[in-house]
Structure formats: C-alpha cells, structure tokens
Ligand binder design. Structure first.
Ligand SMILES: Cc1ncc(COP(=O)(O)O)c(C=O)c1O
Length: 821
C-alpha cells in the first residue's frame, strides 16, 4: 500500500486537526526532536502509560541539578523552595481542571488508585448509604465497594443511557437514564427510615473516559446525580440522602480534563504519567472543599498531625485538606517535575491534543470497520462505538476491538499481541482492569464470567478465548505524540496478518526446496539424530548418545527449577542469561554438575534425593500440583549468583494432575493431562526434525532483503530446546504423526508445539540479544488456530517405571517409525 497517498487522503479529511499545525512545532518536528528513541517503534499504549519527551526530561534534570529542594516540613531555605514549588504545582493541577482554588483543593497521592482508595477509606459510609458506579469503571474504582459494603452500605452498578438527541430540553436529567443492576449488600437489609436515609451520604462514581472502550461520559451526569437523583433513580429507596460524585479522570484527562467550573464534581482523580509520561507514582485527588470536610480521616502521621501525645489517646489533626490527607513526606521531587509536563500540554493546548488524537483514533476506527470478508462480514468488532457514531470525534483516543475469521471464530487477543510485538507494535490486550466494561461490551453473562473463573481464568493469563468467546480485547490508544505513520503501520499489520494471510492456509504452505548442505535426503527413513536433557528448567541442557526413559520423560529432564523469593518461577523469558547456566549429569557418579560464567566453582548436586534436602513441600505450577524439596543455603547462594538475583533451587517428583483448562487433544493443545510431568510447560518431550529446521532456514535466507549486507540469519536446531531431533523425510512430516516408535519405545504425538519469543533470544558474548526471527518468519507460514507451531510434543507410552531401566533407553542413531494419525 502506498503510504504517501494514504496520508494525503488522511490529511484531506483530518488535516485541520492532525499534527498541531498552529503550534510552535508540528508533530513531525516534535517526534524528530523530542522522541528520537521511538524510531522504529510503534507505541500504541498511551491508555496504559503515555510517554515523556526527551526535552521534558532534560528540563527536569536541569531543574533538579540546579535547585536545592529540601524536606518541605523543615524551615530552611531549601524547604521553602520545595513548599513554593509544591504550592505552584497544586495551582497548576487546579488550573488544569479549571477548578477555583476557593472551591477545590489538590491533594497529592501516589497515583489515581491511591486517590480513589483515600476517598473510599474516608467517605462517611453508613448502613443507609449507597455506592453507585457505572459498569465501565476501573478495578481501582470498584475497590471502593469493599469500604462501602463492609460498613453496611449498598453497592449498585448501573448503565447510563443517553438519549441520542434530546429535543431541545435544557434539563440534562431528561436525556439520561440510569439502569440499575442488582443491589449488593453484605449485612442484613437496612431498616428503611425516611429520616435517617435523608441524612445518608451516597457516592456515585464514573470515569470521564472508559479506559476499555474510549467512551466518554457526559459530565452533565454530575449535575443530574447531585440535583435530580430522585427522578433519575425513579424513586428507588437508594436515591435518598445526599449524593456526592466522583469522576475518575485518570484516563480521560490526558485529552479532555473535566472542567470543574462547569461540572462541580466532589472528587476528581488524575495520574500524571497518563498525561505526560513522567513522573510515575504521583497522582492527585481534587476535592471540593465542602466534600473534604465530610471525609473521616482515621490515621495520623508525620505531616498530618498538629499535636499528639505519645502515651495517651490524644491527637489533634491538621485542618487544611492537603495537610490532613497527605500522610508522610510528599514525593516532592516528582511534584517539582510536573510543571515541565504541563508546559508541553499548555504549549500544544489540550484542545489541539484532543483533536490530534481524535483524528488518529477516528481514522483507525473507520479503517478497521471497513475490513470485510468476501461475503461482506466484518473482520473487526469494535467496542463501545455504535455504528451511527463510528466517525464520532467525541470518543476518547482508544480503539478497542477483536478480530474474527471468515467462519466466525475469534482470533485470540494474545495472538494479535504476539504478532504485533514481532512487527514492533506495542499495544495492550486483555480486560484492561475494567471487568465491567469488558463484560458489557463482549456480552459476557455472569454465567460466562463464573465458568471462565471456574476454568481457572485470571487477569493476566493467556486464556484469550474460553468456551468460544473472547475473554478480553485488543486496545490501541493514542497520545499527544502519536503519528499517522504509527496508525498506518498498525493498520498495515492488521491487514497483512489477519486479512491477507487468510487467503493461504498456513500449515498447507508448500515447503521450500533450496539445496541443503551436506546430506542426501532419504525419503522415508527416519532416525534419531540427537538427545538433549535439560535437568533445570530454562537452563542449558546437555547432549547425550543414549539416555534412560522414566515415567516423566527423559530421566531427570526438567526435574529442578529455580524460584524467586516472591515465588515466581524463573525462566529465560524473564532472565535470558539463564541460557548460560550449563548442566551435565553423570549417571555413574550420580551427580548433576552445574556451571555458570558468574560463579567460579562448578556446583555438584547429588542425584541421591535425600542428601542436603529439606522436607517435602507442595507447589502449584501450570495447574498441576508438585511435591518439591529444597536445598541448603550454599546451593541457593550459588544459583542466586548465577542468575543475579536471590532464588532457591527446588527438585520435584513429578506432577499430580488435577486440572486442565484445555484438556482436548489436538493441534496446539496446551498441556498433557494424562501423564505425570516434570517442570515442563506442556508435555514430556519436544521433538523437531532437521528437515523442518532446514526449510525454516531456507525461508529465513530467501526473506533476506536483497540489499542486506549482514550474514543471513540461520538458526540451529538447539534454538528450539528440543529433547529429540529426528533426521529424514520431508519437512513438517512430523505434523501428521500420530504415534511413533523409536527403538522399542512407543510415543504418542500430542500435536504441535506453540512457539513464543524465547526462540528469538540470541546468546552473544555473555549477553542475550532479542531479535524478531525466526518467530516472525514462522508466524507467516506456521500459524494455525492462534498458535505458531514448530515441532511436536510427545508422551512416552510405556513408561510406568521410575528410574533407570536398561530396556527403556533411547539411543542416537535408532530408527524412528512414525505412523500417520
Ligand atoms: C480509568 C483508570 N482509572 C484508574 C487507573 C489507575 O491509575 P494509577 O495507575 O495512577 O493508579 C487507571 C490506570 O490505568 C485508569 O485507566
């Protein structure tokens, strides 16, 4: 596609809004001078975190290195300098939301979440109160529910419906409808006493922009809830009492901060990294003075106390809202940094930022919605945008969607994310901490959600499709420095990977026959070329000529693992340098030898399981339960040095299977559920063939740009961490194998092995470099049902005995007899 003409067309429609034509620097100049580090990156996760400009950071560095800022609670000059700068920062925050300093206060917090927690913690809840919130809300807002419910209040989620075009009514209440979900309450139903209810304080919370879909809420809601609650809540008993309104502007304020001179909310929360990338860990609660007086602060601390006596129950809290609610010492250096961020927003102007980002989101939405299959069906389901409002610029700069195949089945969002990352595109997937919006837009019923949870699905995991439905979505979001080129690259990626790629089914692609070096292909004779054992999960393995089989695969394979002090299992995905920890087992000596370039001594671990080991303990991994034993301090210290962080070595004795999300056998299945497994991800064995590796290398070679001067990328079969490498036959013949015999041992194929970025790690001179290949090339022709397959997973079929068994050995050179499924 011709990017130039695309851009011309885009500019024809959006030229007045895109690129800051009236600002001192236009978007191309901003990118060239302030975001040089983004070269080659397409960053589309501004709803997650926006990016700081390089000039902004230079200015902050200059500020901090030329001024002396002391603790604001002292009385020194440096303390005064801090107090002044903090005071100015508060004023800037209030100005940002057009809030009068006589009416509102700015309380600094450690983020929007901390500001929300503060409201929840100090709100005057009673058993007569209600906490009402829109379905579209971040978990950090939903968490307020815990304070409300625990103090006997009711909690109710609502959907807001707005009449499309109100027929000239000046009363905003008549254009809003509040549809209530079921009431939640922990204690007994309250006694309805009209007088008491009249005194109750209720809280209504909504986001100015939904961080799942980009839907912007009409801020007239503030007035509607505060002044017309009886009517809008249609006389329900929850409408009584005084209503306070909280706006979560953490996402929305990056392009449209609430105007508090017009919409007099009681509480507004913001977060600075969402506005201009830096600093993180700093947010603010903007609170109306009248509302601040109602909050009940329990804790006191340095900073918030006027007087206290250590050994009797006496405390006098400070009076001003900022002093009362800002516990401890403020994050004053971060606060000193924010005016450098505001300077950018003020120079560009928020309205120009809003138009710039809206032009990109509107363009992407309209391009995505125009993608159709031959039968006219849409490829892309957009969330939160009614068809009639597709080109509506009133949405925030978020595009949230899922993609479907021609047969109507969904592409998993993890697949989109993985492929995007291979194309240098950074976007976000999942439910974005907004479970209500996710359920609403994806039409997930309580039944769907509960059965997903029962099936083991949690936030952050890889279960993107469950029971045929997506569990989340793909989100791209734009920031003030986003460009048309980024939007276009993203659209090209979607077209290339999800529209055009469907015209040729990946696994049926013909293999490439380029001359292969050095050996003649014997058409149907297969033999075992190499055996590799990996005793410690994610560390290097060692090749052997022959090796015993056990009931869990190759004897001792993945019998050990390293666990961080926080309980995380260490793998090369997080610590690529683990590939430098080499292992070797001497069966005669009964010793596992381990070496690391970071440790002088070679470590020797006895295979006799009773030596130096702690009592047995239980551990869960990959939905299986393992019995594990630990080692003494010396061993743990050795590994901590080897991986450069504190960790412990654990030895397992095989899993006890108790559960699997995806127990159906098939191509790309997740985990063998029928056998005992060591600490493997999916199955006892991984098998690849030399022919498939060589076909892949031919493709990598032929993909090489003609003008490339570097050496062609070639991968060694060990890059795939196989246990068994087979030689002979045609490339990818292994895809069709059902069972196979190696020597006298029988194995069952469990299907293809789903590949991740780990095969792109290149150890080089003690460091590990991350590349795009070979996964990017594999993705182009080995993608099926959301997985990028290479090699097959095997189960050993008659491994009932644990330990060495001379009848059950594998030997390099043994003939392999595959039998098609
Ligand atoms: C709408 C919304 N509210 C609240 C938060 C939490 O903000 P913070 O990370 O500052 O705690 C986020 C962050 O993603 C958000 O998008």
């Amino acid at each position: 596609m011709n990017t130039e003409s695309d851009k011309d067309r885009f500019l024809k429609e959006f030229g007045d809004d895109y690129g800051y034509p009236k600002a001192p620097k236009n978007i191309d100049e901003i990118r060239a001078t302030e975001f040089k580090r983004l070269d080659g990156t397409v960053y589309l996760d501004h709803a997650g975190a926006s990016l700081y400009s390089e000039l902004q950071m230079e200015a902050i560095l200059k500020d901090l290195t030329t001024n002396v800022y002391g603790n604001p609670h002292s009385q020194t000059d440096s303390s005064l300098a801090t107090s002044n700068i903090v005071g100015e920062a508060r004023q800037q925050v209030l100005n940002f939301c057009n809030a009068s300093p006589w009416e509102y206060k700015c309380i600094f917090t450690s983020g929007a979440t901390a500001a929300l927690k503060l409201v929840g913690e100090t709100f005057p809840w009673s058993s007569q109160s209600s906490f009402m919130y829109t379905m579209e809300n971040h978990n950090s807002v939903l968490g307020i529910r815990e304070y409300a419910l625990s103090q006997g209040a009711a909690a109710i989620a609502v959907d807001i419906e707005e009449a499309a075009h109100d027929s000239g009514s000046t009363n905003p209440a008549s254009s809003h409808k509040v549809l209530q979900h079921q009431m939640q309450r922990r204690s007994e139903a309250r006694v309805v006493d009209e007088e008491l209810i009249g005194d109750a304080y209720n809280l209504f919370a909504f986001p100015s922009e939904c961080n799942f879909s980009g839907v912007r809420f009409n801020l007239d809601l503030v007035k509607v809830i505060k002044q017309d609650s009886e009517r809008i809540l249609e006389g329900s008993s929850y409408c009584k009492g005084c209503w306070m309104v909280l706006i979560d502007a953490a996402k929305g304020s990056a392009t449209e901060p609430p105007d508090l001179s017009k919409y007099k909310a009681d509480f507004v929360v913001i977060s600075f990294y969402k506005l201009f990338g830096y600093p993180t860990g700093l947010g603010a609660l903007i609170v109306r003075n009248e509302a601040a007086k109602l909050l009940k602060k329990t804790y006191f601390s340095g900073g918030t106390v006027a007087a206290s006596i250590a050994d009797i129950d006496f405390v006098k809290q400070r009076e001003g809202a900022e002093e009362l609610f800002e516990d401890g010492t403020l994050s004053f250096l971060s606060i000193a940094s924010i005016h450098h961020g505001f300077k950018i927003l003020n120079t560009l102007t928020i309205s120009a930022i809003s138009r710039h980002t809206a032009s990109l989101a509107t363009y992407v939405r309209s391009m995505l919605s125009s993608l159709t299959y031959e039968n006219g069906d849409s490829i892309c389901t957009l969330y939160g945008v009614p068809k009639s409002k597709l080109l509506c610029k009133e949405m925030g700069p978020i595009v949230s969607f899922n993609l479907t195949r021609p047969d109507g089945s969904w592409f998993g969002y993890r697949e989109v994310e993985k492929l995007a990352s291979l194309s240098g595109i950074q976007l976000r997937t999942g439910c974005f901490c907004n479970p209500g919006a996710c359920a609403k837009y994806l039409r997930l019923s309580h039944g769907d959600l509960l059965s997903n949870i029962e099936a083991g699905h949690i936030c952050w995991d890889d279960n993107d499709i469950l029971h045929g439905k997506p569990t989340g979505a793909v989100r791209v979001s734009f920031g003030y420095m986003s460009t048309f080129e980024e939007a276009r690259k993203f659209l090209n990626f979607i077209e290339r990977s999800f529209v055009l790629s469907l015209s040729h089914s990946p696994l049926r692609t013909k293999y490439i026959h380029l001359p292969t070096e050095g050996f003649e292909r014997a058409p149907s004779r297969y033999y075992l070329r190499s055996i590799t054992v990996y005793p410690i999960k994610s560390c290097a393995g060692f090749k052997v000529d022959s090796w015993p089989l056990s009931s869990t695969g190759l004897l001792y394979d993945r019998e050990w693992l390293l666990k961080s002090m926080s309980g995380e299992i260490l793998t090369q995905k997080k610590i690529p340098e683990m590939c430098y920890i080499s292992t070797l087992i001497d069966l005669n000596l009964g010793i596992l030898f381990v070496e690391s370039p970071r440790c002088k001594e070679k470590l020797q671990i006895s295979l006799n399981s009773d030596l130096f080991m702690s009592a047995r303990d239980g551990m869960d991994l990959h939905v299986d339960r393992y019995e594990v034993q630990g080692y003494d301090n010396e061993v743990n210290m050795w590994f901590s040095n080897a991986v450069g962080r504190p960790c412990t070595l654990l030895r397992g004795s095989g899993s006890t299977c108790y559960f699997c999300l995806n127990s159906k056998r098939g191509v790309g299945m997740c985990r063998d559920v029928k056998t005992r497994l060591n600490f493997v991800n999916e199955a006892q064995f991984l098998l690849i063939t030399e022919e498939s590796v060589s076909d892949l290398n031919n493709r990598l070679y032929s993909n090489l740009p003609r003008d490339s001067h570097g050496p062609p990328i070639q991968v060694n079969s060990m890059r795939f961490r196989p246990n068994l490498v087979i030689s002979g036959g045609e490339p990818y013949a292994e895809d069709g194998w059902g069972i196979l015999r190696i020597g006298n041992n029988n194995f069952t194929s469990l299907g293809g092995c789903n590949r991740c970025q780990m095969i792109n790690l290149i150890p080089q001179g003690g460091e590990v470099r991350k590349a795009n290949e070979p996964l990017a090339t594999l993705a182009a022709y080995r993608r099926t049902k959301g997985k990028i397959l290479f090699g097959i997973l095997l189960r050993y079929e008659d491994g009932n005995s644990v330990g060495q068994d001379t009848n059950s050995w594998l030997q390099v050179g043994q003939e392999v007899y595959p039998d098609a499924d």
